[in-house]
Design a protein around this ligand. Sequence first.
Ligand SMILES: O=C(O)CCC(=O)C(=O)O
Length: 151
Amino acid sequence: MPWHQDASYWAIEPKKTVTAWLALGETSPDNGCLRIIPGSHTRTSEHRAISDPTSWFDKGVDPRDIDESTAVDLALRPGEAVLFNEATLHGSEMNRSSQPRVAISFRYTSPEVRFLIDQWTDPGRVKTFLVRGEDRLHLNDDIRGVEPGEE
Ligand SMILES: O=C(O)CCC(=O)C(=O)O
């Protein structure tokens, strides 16, 4: 996965999110654990188009624009999670081991953040769920997900 900041992919206003990246199995440098650049969330990095048929990503930050010596490998045990915001540069190397690397990302934001859903490349996949409190602004009602038991 190329170095990237999620903010460069997400049409939301204002850009304000937290990702909880939860390891479901062990992650290590051998199996391509998540890597981050500490402090990178304070600036916007230029993302350039990449064409890698093995990657889901159509753009990323050129490693030559990054001091990779400052990268931190996030080796996690199953059930451990890392929290980072939408501007944190993160990426991973290929999994060169026989151990799968399995994780899930949860994205959190707040009701004053508007999803500019027409600008998303996969608008049908984007759903919001209220996890706590009340949404008095209703900015994203058109993409609100259906909760279990609500159908
Ligand atoms: O787990 C991965 O490989 C991708 C993670 C990622 O880019 C994210 O959660 O924002």
